[in-house]
Design a binder for this molecule. Structure first.
Ligand SMILES: [Zn+2]
Length: 170
């Protein structure tokens, strides 16, 4: 597939001493893309510093997130996993567990894709796998967990996860 240039325009750069060039292209599928060439050494330098800073921040967030997840998982395992498994005690087979998870809004898969991805796993395995940081706030609510420092950690992890995820598309 080839990209064809459809326009090329120059604009004054941020510092005003030079310009940047905005190039628009289109491919055979009529998809558009644009990119920018900074013609100003001062602005280019600034841009590079900003980019490096963004990357540094992203790496820091990712590291922090990893640490939090490493704390959240064993902490939950130690203090609340049994309570969580007990919550599913009435679910004798996988479909019942899936329905219960659906009911409390932590299961997004359809029944058929759920069967597909949990082939060979027991109900316990499934219930354990639901206890991931992404579902944790819901689980905390369902189990009536009153553990502020733990909740704060989970909230922070979810926040960081969002920012790491967003930054990836910059
Ligand atoms: Zn400039």
């Amino acid at each position: 597939m080839s990209w064809e240039e459809i326009s090329r325009r120059e604009y004054p750069c941020t510092c005003g001493k030079s310009t940047y060039t905005e190039i628009r292209e289109m491919d055979d599928w009529n998809r558009n893309r644009e990119h920018i060439i900074i013609n100003c050494p001062t602005c280019e330098e600034k841009e590079n510093i900003a980019k490096a800073e963004k990357e540094r921040k992203q790496a820091e967030n990712r590291e922090h997130l990893k640490e939090l997840v490493l704390e959240i998982k064993p902490y939950f395992e130690e203090h609340y996993m049994q309570k969580w498994l007990d919550y599913f005690v009435s679910a004798k087979h996988k479909k019942a567990a899936w329905m219960l998870a659906k009911e409390i809004n932590i299961e997004r898969q359809s029944l058929s894709s759920f069967y597909q991805s949990h082939k060979g796993l027991s109900v316990d395995d499934y219930v354990r796998s639901l206890a991931n940081p992404h579902n944790m706030l819901k689980i905390i609510e369902v189990l009536n967990i009153n553990d502020n420092s733990f909740i704060k950690k989970v909230e922070k992890a979810i926040d960081l996860n969002k920012s790491v995820y967003m930054l990836r598309f910059y």
